[in-house]
Ligand binder design. Structure first.
Ligand code: IMP
Length: 429
């Protein structure tokens, strides 16, 4: 069973890049299977902080082969600039260790403009998208009119296809959203010129994954976003447009359903959300500033992709339990425990009420916006935990907090991060 899946259990930004970086030590292949450059995975190694949006975080480990699956939507321009940045930072990236599925869909500048026009038109009902064209690219995919990475290999037909797509978006932007006309020929030609540079990376990624698994290679799958942003099972419509739970791996990489060794649910020690949508345990005022940080550090709660301040709140145990069920989580990796140091008491949301009455078995994520949180209070701890490397190095109250999370989630905590550096981690034995 050489498969480990690492997925977010909240609304994204759980610190997946960091955990995937640690798990990559024991992987031959690291794959992404959903989303696009809306993701932002931060990894700090020594003095260097890598901010990855598309390429799997495992790329930082020289022994890994990295796969970008058919479930992804890929903006070739972001892809190429990410490769440039990685190369400049001394990471070896080449078409012998990084492969893009020919069936992954492409995001063009027209998709991004359409995303932004749609958000503007939603007004107060906006979703708070990253503006990266994710939704429109998945719409084209579902409508069976999308552009795929494999189209880049068809040099003769590519320009005409891109042109037809940009023309269609231009028509939508002008007629439906009353925006300015696009320079169709210019946008298309510039896109095609750059996108063709992605050609050497395009391959039958599903076949590579299947062959490697058959040969006993160890695959680490890196989910993007978090389970609560799942298109079907998340807080619809305030979700992203892909499958963000662990189950998305199989269809999003092109491998059959097979036994999985571990499903690691990455959970921040508190709750955050960027973008709009319900958030029952949200905090405001001084406490929110305390959890969010000021933005002075790369690990403060500001979006990696958009720089937006994240909404913050107490950990929501009801949602965590739900996500453990829908994603088949076998263990938790808890991140940012160090941020909770210095708080006299901590709260965890363990139940909801609706119109003053307890919400029990009728819990439905679709009604989340109507629920009021019920909190359980736990003692905090004053000690700095950033130097803890074993569970027993943590203060009793911190261990108690983690233990309560395990009880609520029904699965063990196998990893805890206590700071942004690679070594600031506790592995439960
Ligand atoms: P989209 O994926 O850009 O369409 O955005 C839809 C929703 O998902 C918005 O609320 C975004 O803020 C959120 N979102 C998308 N990607 C991420 C991510 O990687 N981390 C956190 N939130 C995300």
């Amino acid at each position: 069973m050489p498969i480990t899946i690492a997925v977010g259990t909240q609304w994204g930004d759980e610190g997946k890049g960091r955990v995937v970086d640690l798990l990559s030590d024991a992987a031959d292949l690291v794959a992404r299977f959903n989303g696009g450059d809306n993701a932002g995975h931060t990894v700090t190694v020594g003095q260097t902080t890598f901010k990855l949006h598309l390429v799997p975080s495992g790329i930082i480990h020289p022994q890994t082969v990295c796969l970008m699956g058919n479930g992804m939507v890929i903006n070739p321009l972001s892809f190429l600039s990410e490769i440039e940045a990685l190369t400049a930072a001394g990471v070896e990236v080449s078409p012998v260790r990084l492969f893009v599925s020919q069936a992954a869909h492409l995001i063009t500048p027209a998709h991004r403009l359409l995303d932004q026009a749609q958000e503007a038109a939603r007004g107060a009902g906006r979703l708070g998208t990253t503006g990266r064209g994710i939704g429109p690219a998945y719409v084209d995919k579902t409508a069976r009119s999308g552009l795929r990475a494999g189209d880049i290999l068809d040099q003769a037909g590519l320009l005409a296809k891109v042109n037809a797509h940009v023309e269609q978006v231009d028509c939508l932007i002008r007629q439906l959203y009353h925006g300015e006309a696009l320079d169709v020929a210019d946008i298309s030609a510039a896109f095609v010129k750059k996108a063709t540079r992605m050609a050497p990376y395009i391959a039958d990624v599903g076949a590579i994954a299947r062959k490697s698994l058959a040969a006993g290679k160890r695959l680490l799958a890196e989910g993007a976003q978090g389970a609560l942003l799942d298109l079907d099972l998340g807080t619809y419509p305030f979700v992203t447009s892909s499958c963000t739970t662990a189950t998305g791996l199989f269809g999003g990489l092109g491998i059959g359903i097979q036994p999985v060794q571990r499903v690691v649910g990455i959970t921040k020690a508190f709750q955050t959300r960027v973008g709009d949508g319900p958030f029952p345990s949200e905090l405001s005022g001084e406490m929110a500033v305390r959890l969010r940080g000021t933005g002075a550090n790369p690990w403060d709660e500001y979006g990696t992709t958009t720089g937006r301040p994240r909404r913050v709140g107490w950990l929501d145990g009801v949602l965590l339990r739900y996500v453990v069920e829908i994603s088949g989580i076998s263990e938790l990796a808890v991140t940012k425990l160090d941020v909770l140091s210095g708080m006299a008491t901590l709260k965890i949301c363990t139940a909801y009420t609706l119109d003053g009455r307890a919400v029990g078995g009728e819990f439905a994520v679709a009604r989340l916006g109507k629920y009021q949180p019920v909190y359980e209070e736990l003692p905090g701890w004053g000690e700095d935990v950033s130097r803890a490397r074993r569970m027993q190095d943590l203060p009793a109250a911190a261990r108690g907090y983690l233990h309560r999370l395990e009880e609520i989630a029904g699965v063990p905590v196998s990893l805890v991060s206590v700071g942004p550096e690679r070594e600031q981690v506790i592995r439960a034995s």
